[in-house]
Design a protein around this ligand. Structure first.
Ligand SMILES: [Mn+2]
Length: 264
C-alpha cells in the first residue's frame, strides 16, 4: 500500500540511507486529549510543501540520504528502531504521544545520553495506574542513562525527587554550553513539541505557557546535532488541529533541520 514520504519522495533506498523516518501513529497512552496519532500523516503531508533548500544554512536536505518507512505499530517500535540503529542509520521517529519513546529509550546502550526537550519532566513512575503513560516516558531510562531535561516548566514533587534520585540534569535552554557539557558524546534526542511555547505550538495535548521559541529550539538542536554523535531523534505530542497547519510545518521543519545539522 502506498504511504506518504518525508519531503514527498525518498532521496535514497533503505540500504543506502543514513536517515530513516519512522511514522508512529499511536496515542492510546495520552492522559488528556487524544489526536497525536494523526501527527505522522500531517507532518509528512506538510513536508511535501516545504522547500528542500534551507535558507539558513544553504544546504539542500535532498543532498542527504533519507528514506521513509511505512507507519509502525506500537508493538513493533522496539524491533523497527533497533534494526535501524543496528544497521548504522539514524532513526527519526514521528509520534504519536510520548509513550512511543519508552520502547526506544529502553533499548539504548548505557553509554548513550538522552536529551529530553519537553515542558514536562515525564518522570512519574506511573500515572493514572499506567506505567506506560506519556507522563512516565523518561522514568525507566533515567535509571541507567545520563538524562538532560530542557524546556521544563511543569512537574510534580515526585518527579523532582526522581530527577535527584537518578542524578538527571535540569538545564536552561539558553545555556547551550552547559547542555553540551552535561551530555556524553553519543546522544539520543526525544523532543516533545510542547517544549515550544503554545503561541507557536498550540497543537499539542498538554500545552504549558512560557516555552521555547523557534530560534531557541533551533539553537539547542543545532548545537547538539553538530557537536555530538546523535544516534536518533523522536518528535512527539503534535496533535494536529484544523486551521493550525503551521504546527505540522513546524515539526516537518524540525526534522529537516535535524538532518541538515547532523550532516554539517
Ligand atoms: Mn510534554
Amino acid at each position: 500500500m502506498a504511504f506518504r514520504k518525508f519531503m514527498g519522495a525518498d532521496s535514497a533506498a533503505y540500504e543506502a540511507a543514513n536517515y530513516v523516518i519512522v511514522p508512529i501513529p499511536y496515542d492510546s497512552n495520552a492522559s488528556w486529549l487524544k489526536g497525536a496519532a494523526n501527527a505522522p500523516e500531517a507532518v509528512l503531508r506538510a513536508s511535501e510543501e516545504i522547500e528542500h533548500y534551507d535558507f539558513e544554512t544553504g544546504a539542500n536536505v535532498s543532498d542527504s540520504k533519507f528514506v521513509t518507512l511505512a507507519p509502525a505499530s506500537y508493538d513493533s517500535i522496539r524491533e523497527t528502531v533497533g534494526k535501524i540503529m543496528k544497521d548504522g542509520k539514524i532513526p527519526l521517529c514521528i509520534g504519536g504521544d510520548h509513550s512511543i519513546s519508552i520502547p526506544i529509550l529502553n533499548t539504548l546502550p548505557d553509554d548513550v545520553s538522552i536529551l529530553h526537550v519537553d515542558a514536562h519532566l515525564d518522570m512519574r513512575e506511573e500515572y493514572l495506574g499506567n506505567k506506560n503513560s506519556h507522563a512516565c516516558a523518561l522514568y525507566s531510562a533515567s535509571k541507567s542513562h545520563t538524562v538532560v531535561h530542557v524546556g521544563t516548566r511543569s512537574c510534580c514533587e515526585e518527579e523532582i525527587e526522581n530527577v535527584r534520585r537518578f542524578s538527571n540534569v535540569l538545564a536552561d535552554y539558553r545555556d547551550t554550553e552547559s547542555i553540551l557539557h552535561d551530555l556524553g558524546n553519543k546522544v539520543y534526542i526525544t523532543f516533545d513539541v510542547d517544549a515550544l511555547d503554545p503561541s507557536i505550538m498550540p497543537a499539542t495535548g498538554t500545552p504549558e505557557p512560557g516555552g521555547m521559541g523557534w530560534a531557541d529550539a533551533l539553537r539547542t538542536l543545532e548545537a547538539v546535532c553538530r557537536e555530538k554523535n546523535v544516534i536518533g531523534i523522536d518528535f512527539v505530542e503534535l496533535k494536529p488541529q484544523d486551521g493550525f497547519h503551521f504546527c505540522d510545518v513546524t515539526v516537518a521543519k524540525l526534522i529537516m533541520k535535524s538532518i541538515i545539522y547532523i550532516e554539517g
